[in-house]
Design a binder for this molecule. Structure first.
Ligand SMILES: NC(=O)c1ccc[n+]([C@@H]2O[C@H](COP(=O)([O-])OP(=O)(O)OC[C@H]3O[C@@H](n4cnc5c(N)ncnc54)[C@H](OP(=O)(O)O)[C@@H]3O)[C@@H](O)[C@H]2O)c1
Length: 250
């Protein structure tokens, strides 16, 4: 028997793209709209929350009291990652571009925010942590940032690569990695088999949904754009001005 009934307010982790008025999805990838969250805003949550929980906690093993560096703190993933890491009791360093975006990341709970347009993030991480480095890096930059990410790691640090916005190839100083006893790992959510997606969705509902219902984590929505103006939503994302998620609505 299904957990769900017609008329339930739900969101879902789809297999891939979701540009449609109707979607088919396994029931194990469906989540209830968290208490107190608007139905449309809730669309900003499932993909980002599953990505953040899986990579910060399952893969990155982030614990209370540790330091984490969240790249792209102004983005759809980053805005949620800052809040979840803070709610877990971690210290958060975030990167973003420009004064307004860094200030908004601080407002979400980042203790230190690096403006990557004018500052070197690894230098700033080491300064903020008295030379120790961070325990986890949630990285969506990839390639050209690889060495600086390793430089920012503490002993036993975990670099979790989830994106390649600075290219798919980089040079790794293995000496620096070995000296830190560091780990570099990469994951993708989309290509996981159904049973792994089901587990990630269940973990996200168990651990992140209560934080959302308690108001400690909220979806950050930059704009709602009508479905038939999808191109302008893409233009907005490409402009680099969006802070948080851009939602397509009917
Ligand atoms: N592996 C997975 O399972 C998984 C799942 C979901 C998403 N992702 C990946 O995660 C990444 C982030 O997704 P998102 O939804 O958060 O995207 P997004 O909303 O576009 O945010 C990305 C942020 O990164 C910053 N940024 C972009 N290019 C940059 C660059 N070259 N150098 C430094 N910062 C840069 C931008 O902020 P500033 O301009 O303020 O710096 C932007 O706000 C994407 O690459 C996506 O493919 C991976």
């Amino acid at each position: 028997m299904s957990r769900w009934r017609a008329g339930d307010r739900v969101v879902a982790l789809l297999e891939g793209g979701g540009y449609a008025e109707q979607a088919v999805v396994r029931e194990t990838q469906v989540l209830p709209v968290p208490d107190g969250v608007d139905l449309v805003d809730a669309a900003a949550l499932p993909e980002a929350a599953c990505t953040v929980w899986n990579n910060l906690v399952d893969v990155g093993r982030l614990r209370a009291g540790e330091w984490v560096l969240v790249h792209g703190g102004s983005g759809g993933i980053g805005t949620l990652a800052i809040q979840v890491a803070r709610a877990l009791g971690a210290h958060v360093v975030a990167t973003a571009g420009g004064a307004e975006r860094t200030a908004r990341c601080a407002g979400l709970g980042a203790e230190v925010v690096v403006d990557h347009r004018t500052q070197d993030f690894a230098d700033e991480v080491l300064r903020a942590t008295d030379g120790r480095g961070v325990d986890v890096v949630l990285d969506l930059l990839g390639g050209r940032a690889l060495n600086d990410n390793v430089r920012a790691l503490a002993r036993g640090g975990r670099l979790v690569v989830i994106g390649m916005q600075q290219g798919r190839r980089g040079e790794l100083d293995l000496g620096a990695l070995l000296a830190r006893r560091g780990t570099v790992t990469g994951t993708l959510l989309r290509s996981r088999p159904a049973d792994e997606k089901a587990r990630i969705v269940a973990d996200t509902e168990q651990h992140v949904w209560p934080l959302v219902a308690a108001g400690r984590v909220r979806p950050v929505v930059h704009a709602r754009i009508p479905f038939d103006e999808a191109q302008s939503a893409h233009d907005l994302l490409e402009s680099g001005e969006a802070f948080g998620k851009v939602l397509l609505v009917p």
